[in-house]
Design a binder for this molecule. Structure first.
Ligand code: CA
Length: 166
């Protein structure tokens, strides 16, 4: 079974990516099978066929195109100042969405690298999505911008208590 998956992977993955596969598995916690599926998805999105995805490639994903937070989620895939993401970066970002491994959380080894799906890394990832200008802080404006996208209307920000309010 394992060898079938390995053979499939060998056919699907470019040479340099095969060398990385064990590292990607370790780093992301995804199985060979899942990585193969993600690679298929990645190559089908890679319209330029150059081994990287652009923002335009992401915009063609129907689920993202209709999601009010589509742009923000897409940004989460791109390191600061980059406009392309390779397969490894793509899988690393997706790894934040894996459920938290309860055993890892309980038996935390302080010297080990924190897994991408740990509570802390999930929080950092979410923080970076809200930090639109990536200055390491979420400003009031950034928070409002994201909340506006979520609710799809203009939020009126006021410190006054509405009439009849508490
Ligand atoms: Ca900011």
């Amino acid at each position: 079974m394992g060898s079938i998956v390995s053979r499939l992977l060998s056919r699907l993955l470019r040479e340099e990516e095969i060398e990385d596969i064990e590292e990607i598995k370790k780093e992301t916690g995804f199985s060979h099978r899942k990585i193969t599926r993600l690679y298929r998805r990645f190559t089908s999105l890679d319209k330029g066929g150059n081994g990287t995805l652009s923002r335009d490639d992401f915009h063609r994903i129907p689920e993202l195109a209709i999601n009010p937070l589509g742009d923000i989620i897409t940004n989460g895939f791109f390191p600061e100042g980059e406009d392309q993401v390779n397969f490894r970066g793509f899988v690393r970002t997706l790894a934040h969405f894996r459920p938290i491994d309860q055993d890892n959380e309980k038996n935390k080894n302080p010297s080990a690298t924190e897994p991408l799906n740990s509570r802390t890394n999930k929080l950092l990832f979410a923080f970076r999505l809200y930090d639109l200008d990536r200055d390491g802080k979420i400003s009031r404006d950034e928070l409002l911008q994201v909340l506006r996208m979520i609710v799809g209307v203009n939020l009126i920000c006021s410190t006054k208590t509405p009439k009849g309010g508490i």
